[in-house]
Design a protein around this ligand. Structure first.
Ligand code: FAD
Length: 433
């Protein structure tokens, strides 16, 4: 391809599509390269879409995007082998106001998002893997090389939106190899059931939906979580844990998922369903402290390739869209003003991120990965203790309630000691400040 582009975007996930749409809409000449057969063909997500981030890019997306259900109820479960201790929040307001969180199916959603970018003028080429970045003599990135003969393509700037592995960034020395303690491996299944069955089991009507997030015994002591989300006529169920833990415990994600599906509180929800899709994928969970340099001469990094995942709130696709949009807006400002996309000028991208919730949230939870990694009591002891306390409290057996309360407190102190409990409360507070 002898043509030169204003911007080349590597990857057509939410980050790449947000960037492509924003740039093309502003009239820039955009080339997007995707290694998959079509956008979304290789992508995995729970998947909850956070409307606010998409709304900033395509305000009327609700009218035509392939959405499944808008969430009206959130359940948080601390799992033990035969029980869960949980909190549920459900509000009718989520039914009467425009949806805030939707379940989606990524293969359909990414395709739709990419079509919007193409309609705005971006050129997309699929089944095209980018193998390296091209640099000029001064070291500025001036294009990419794809896995084709004569595969050099030139542009003023390159956006790396190629996801968690980003071999491209690693090969180019822009990022170090991702560490097993900074990345989670998650597996997900789509289980199909008649729509009426899903609605009856989850107490739903219309297009309202439920999300269940889980932690505790389902990850067998590993730092990780599980989820179960309702789609129109399917359920998305998955579980993941840190890659380092999985290696150490010699556990496969498949084994974890099978065990989770057999849990007595989960099995009835999925009973009779037909599993049609199974996928595994990595998630960058190193947090703020693992973020690489996000821009340089002629290049910017967005989404998972930059490590933008808020694992505490299960947010990733929205951070991908926000960072994609902000990278695009930075380039629009520079290129339209005739300024070169040098590292000094691209520092504006970092400034935009710093001012946004993306970096503020990443910063807020900067100590969480380390805390969870070294303080396993939050994953192992507390789910056990809360489930045990609830069991004791709700079993009516002729003993008075005050004695039971004393027993519950004594069990907590016995397991963690008074200083241990106070210390844990402090660690939790510190990890989220
Ligand atoms: C099991 C699971 C559940 C999740 N659940 C949620 C959730 O409910 N909500 C949420 O917000 N987030 C969730 N996430 C996180 C979310 O999926 C990611 O944060 C999001 O997909 C990141 O988008 P991205 O565009 O940066 O990367 P990706 O979606 O990974 O897209 C990268 C694209 O780049 C392409 N690519 C890679 N290398 C090359 C190359 N060399 N050349 C050309 N193309 C290339 C890939 O094929 C892919 O299409 C979940 C993740 C997992 C694994």
């Amino acid at each position: 391809m002898s043509e030169k582009f204003d911007v080349i975007i590597v990857g057509a996930g939410p980050a790449g599509n947000a960037a492509a749409y924003t740039l093309a809409k502003a009239g820039l000449k955009v080339l997007q390269l995707e290694r998959g057969e079509y956008p979304g063909s290789k992508n995995v997500q729970g998947a909850i879409l956070y409307a606010n981030s998409l709304e900033r890019i395509i305000p009327d997306f609700r009218e035509h995007a392939p959405l499944e259900r808008h969430l009206i109820e959130q359940r948080m479960w601390m799992m033990e082998e035969n029980s869960f201790f949980g909190a549920h929040y459900r509000s009718e307001e989520f039914n009467t106001t425009p949806g805030n969180r939707y379940t989606i199916i990524r293969a359909r959603f990414d395709k739709w998002f990419s079509e919007q970018a193409q309609s705005a003028g971006a050129l997309l080429i699929c089944e095209m893997t980018v193998k390296s970045l091209l640099r000029n003599e001064q070291g500025r990135v001036i294009g990419v090389e794809v896995e084709r003969e004569d595969g050099k393509i030139y542009a003023d700037a390159v956006i790396l939106a190629d996801g968690v592995n980003s071999l491209l960034a690693t090969r180019a020395g822009l990022r170090s190899d991702i560490k097993p303690d900074h990345v989670a491996l998650a597996v997900k299944e789509m289980i199909f059931l008649p729509r009426e069955t899903i609605e009856a089991r989850f107490n739903l009507s219309g297009l309202g939906g439920v999300a269940i997030e889980m932690l505790g015994s389902i990850t067998a002591g590993m730092v990780g979580t599980g989820f179960l989300y309702t789609n129109k006529d399917s359920l998305s169920i998955g579980v993941g844990g840190m890659l380092g833990d999985m290696r150490a415990q010699k556990l496969t994600p498949y084994e974890l998922l099978e065990k989770m599906k057999a849990h007595p509180s989960i099995a009835p929800l999925i009973a009779g369903g037909e599993t049609r899709e199974y996928a595994a994928h990595l998630l960058p969970e190193g947090g703020y402290k693992a973020l690489p340099q996000l821009y340089g001469d002629g290049w910017l990094m967005v989404g998972d390739s930059a490590g933008f995942v808020n694992s505490v709130h299960r947010e990733g696709s929205n951070l991908a869209m926000e960072s994609g949009r902000m990278a695009a807006e930075t380039l629009i400002e520079l290129l339209q003003a005739g300024q070169a996309p040098s590292a000094a000028h691209l520092a504006r991208y970092q400034a935009k991120l710093d001012e946004s919730f993306v970096m503020k949230d990443m910063k807020k939870y900067r100590n969480v990965p380390e805390t969870l990694h070294t303080q396993r009591q939050f994953i192992n002891d507390y789910p056990l203790l809360f489930n045990g306390a609830a069991h004791r409290f709700f079993t009516v057996d002729g003993r008075d309630k005050q004695s039971k309360e004393k027993e519950i407190v004594a069990t907590f102190v016995q397991r963690r000691s008074l200083f241990g409990l106070l210390g844990d409360a402090f660690k939790l507070w510190r990890a989220t400040r």
